[in-house]
Design a protein. Structure first.
Length: 471
């Protein structure tokens, strides 16, 4: 079997990439080792920047429908409520940033939404396909599976998680550290006799004990249980053991846990792949970076890997862009991943508050080779920054950006005639942008900024702005 892109892994990363490639008319196949989508809640927080990405990918309404805001934390001691804990710094909604706080959606449900969108666009996931080897040459990659025929692809994207078989086959190492030596339990359960208005936190009882947190999962009847254990403990994932942990660390009786729907254990760590690319194989998501879950950054950083890579693969495979464009994926995403690993670790250790740093709206690519700032004294928005929302001459900018195209925002400057298929939005004033021309990439970042349209021609001449949208 032949395909343009083989995506290994049907988690949020692989599904988001499959969606982006499908709407660009790229022949892509997503394969998954398991026989179904991941069943647990592990990554439950969607940050504001990821909500913007989901807006563009056409899944935001579905995500809003199945999720909800995070509840306020409630601290318990000896069966009594002793105080609230606000986990997130409050932020007001503004015209340029319409999503101001994390949105809770259990990972399994996020994947259901993404899967439905992929199918809507004509894509699919081939389940039960375990990668056992690959070989690549100058023209493509041949991937072998435990069962079924080989697949020949022009490019392969490894989105197969922190224990990535593809990454290990390539011999790419991971450099990192143990964030916390204490093992953790995470489980999705049903609990009777506990309200769903708060995220319930039970501090450790005595020296050497671990904490317990019970969070109602928005849009479901489930709770997510997280429990910490002393270093060296073998975590028992049986339903009876989980009931015992809940009873020992809270005022709840064992029988209050009426059902255990999914359970797993992990040891928080932070690790970054030594490279994000080897020839025609690229790493994305947990295959490239592994986070502590405390900061709510892993899934979000992973989806944005896919969002960065999707338009570049589409441009190379369908629009005649130079293959060197794919070199910018590692150039742009690896520094971001390294930065976000530091944020995740800092949140886990109580050194960083959940706020501006974790919303991911301030991330950008000012130092990228794809970024050109031609103004000598730019004020405010600069090339490489995230392109804000807002209105320009009555047009909502996020509505103009939505889709797999580039967009030229012209504020107080006449827009040039463009030979490329670039959408143009013009107006006299936009406070988040200021005066100038801003060429916005398909992933919502300003690629070029200036005031002289003649200088824009050089950027367009690089051949990276051509696009062929199919959906």
């Amino acid at each position: 079997m032949n395909t343009d892109v083989l995506v290994v892994g049907a988690g949020p990363t692989g599904l988001a990439l499959g969606i982006d490639l499908a709407r660009r008319g790229v022949d892509a196949l997503v394969v998954e080792k398991a026989d179904r989508l991941f069943p647990g809640s592990r990554g439950k927080g969607l940050q504001p920047r990821t909500m913007e990405v989901f807006d563009d990918l056409g899944v935001l309404d579905a995500i809003l429908a199945v999720g909800g805001p995070y509840p306020v934390g409630m601290i318990w001691q000896d069966g009594e409520r002793v105080g609230e804990h606000h986990m997130f710094d409050p932020v007001e909604v503004t015209d340029d940033s319409p999503y101001n706080a994390p949105w809770m959606v259990p990972q399994w449900r996020t994947q259901e939404v993404l899967f439905a969108r992929l199918v809507e666009l004509g894509g699919w996931v081939s389940f039960g396909r375990e990668v056992v080897g690959l070989e690549q040459d100058a023209d493509g990659v041949t991937v072998r599976f435990a069962t079924g025929e080989d697949v020949r692809a022009r490019y392969v994207v490894a989105a197969d998680g922190g224990r990535s078989v593809v990454r290990r086959t390539l011999g790419i190492g991971m450099t990192g550290e143990t964030v916390d030596p204490n093992p953790m339990l995470v489980a999705d359960v049903r609990i009777a006799g506990l309200d769903r208005d708060n995220w319930h936190v039970f501090p450790p009882r005595g020296e050497g004990a671990g904490y317990l947190a019970i969070c109602p999962l928005a849009g479901t009847e489930d709770f997510q249980v997280v429990a910490q254990f002393p270093e060296g403990t073998r975590v028992d994932l049986s339903p009876d053991a989980i009931r015992e942990v809940v009873a020992a660390r809270s005022h709840l009786a064992p029988e209050s846990v009426t059902e255990v729907r999914w359970a797993s254990d992990f040891r928080p760590r932070a690790a970054l792949a030594d490279a994000f690319r080897s020839g025609r194989v690229l790493l994305a998501g947990d295959a490239a970076h592994v986070h502590s879950p405390a900061g709510g950054q892993g899934l979000n950083t992973s989806v944005q890997d896919a969002y960065n890579l999707g338009w570049k693969l589409g441009a190379v495979l369908r629009s005649g862009a130079p293959a060197a464009l794919l070199d910018t994926y590692e150039e742009e995403r690896r520094p971001v991943a390294a930065h976000m690993l530091g944020i995740s670790t800092g949140v886990h250790r109580g050194e960083i508050r959940r706020g501006d740093a974790t919303r991911q709206l301030g991330l950008g690519y000012r130092d990228s080779s794809l970024t050109e700032e031609t103004r000598t004294e730019p004020a405010g928005l600069r090339a490489g920054d995230r392109a804000p929302d807002g209105k320009l001459a009555g047009v909502r900018l996020f509505d103009a950006f939505r889709g797999p195209h580039w967009t030229l925002v012209a504020v107080g400057v006449e827009a040039p005639e463009l030979p490329e298929p670039v959408r143009v939005v013009t107006g006299d004033e936009q406070p988040s942008y200021g005066k100038g021309l801003f060429l916005v990439r398909p992933d919502g970042y300003v690629g070029w900024a200036g005031e002289d349209a003649a200088q824009l021609a050089g950027y367009l001449g690089r051949g990276i702005t051509r696009s062929r949208a199919t959906a």
